[in-house]
Structures are given as structure tokens and as C-alpha cells.
Write a protein that binds this ligand. Structure first.
Ligand SMILES: Cc1cc2nc3c(=O)[nH]c(=O)nc-3n(C[C@H](O)[C@H](O)[C@H](O)COP(=O)(O)OP(=O)(O)OC[C@H]3O[C@@H](n4cnc5c(N)ncnc54)[C@H](O)[C@@H]3O)c2cc1C
Length: 91
């Protein structure tokens, strides 16, 4: 995959062939069946905020505000229902 991606990159920017690659990185775009993240109380003192697919960095401030409100027992700035971590249980 990396070789294929680099070949494509070099088509657009041939000068990058001269660069040394120090490190490569892979990660997950964790996703859920309905494409909505899991944000909220899971059990005991465990809260989750995951499953943001390719938008976890972009949405991190909003997610943090929602989670902080939930942990403090306050009303979150958005309805938390679509993100309920338990919504797939029992399906
Ligand atoms: C190639 C790529 C490009 C992306 N581009 C964008 C983008 O442009 N904009 C955007 O908004 N989002 C982007 N994303 C998505 C974004 O990176 C993720 O949504 C976000 O990083 C999720 O944050 P997270 O904290 O939930 O999980 P992560 O960032 O995955 O963090 C989870 C951490 O837990 C650690 N971990 C895992 N298992 C264990 C364990 N058992 N014990 C201890 N630690 C553990 C992992 O090492 C990792 O550090 C991209 C993702 C990828 C893969």
C-alpha cells in the first residue's frame, strides 16, 4: 500500500523522491455500523469517545465538551442520544 501511495505522490511531486523517509505511520479510522461515534457512559466509571471514523481530530473539541458535560452530570451541548454507546446492544 505504501509503495502504491508513494508512486502516486511522485507523479505529482517528483522532487519528493530525493527525500529520506524517517518514519511511516498507520492508524485506525474506527467506525460503527451507523457511522456515528460512541460518546458517553459505558459502565461504572468508564466513559467512551470513539468510532469517529475519519473525523476524530476535527470533532475532538465537540466530543470533549459533550463528554465533560456528561462526566459532570450536566446537560451536553448536543443531544447525546444518537451517540449512546449502548445502542447496538441487543440488536
Ligand atoms: C490515515 C488517517 C488519516 C486521518 N485523517 C484525519 C483527518 O484529516 N481529520 C480528522 O478529523 N481525523 C482524521 N483521522 C481520524 C482520526 O485520526 C481519528 O478519528 C482519531 O485519531 C481518533 O482518536 P481516538 O483518541 O479515539 O483514537 P486514537 O487516536 O486511535 O488513539 C487511541 C490510542 O490508544 C492506544 N491504544 C490502543 N490500544 C491500547 C491498549 N490496549 N493499551 C494502551 N493504549 C492503547 C493507541 O496506541 C492510540 O495511541 C485519520 C485517521 C487515519 C488513520
Amino acid at each position: 500500500m505504501l509503495t502504491a501511495m508513494l508512486a502516486r505522490v511522485f507523479e505529482y511531486m517528483p522532487a519528493l523522491r530525493e527525500c529520506s523517509i524517517l518514519r511511516t505511520w498507520t492508524g485506525f479510522r474506527a467506525a460503527t455500523p451507523d457511522k456515528q461515534p460512541l460518546i458517553g457512559h459505558y459502565r461504572d466509571r468508564l466513559y467512551v469517545a470513539t468510532g469517529h471514523e475519519g473525523l476524530g481530530v476535527t470533532t475532538s473539541m465537540g466530543t470533549a465538551r459533550m463528554l465533560a458535560a456528561m462526566v459532570e452530570g450536566k446537560e451536553p451541548p448536543l443531544s447525546a442520544a444518537p451517540y449512546d454507546p449502548w445502542r447496538f446492544h441487543g440488536l
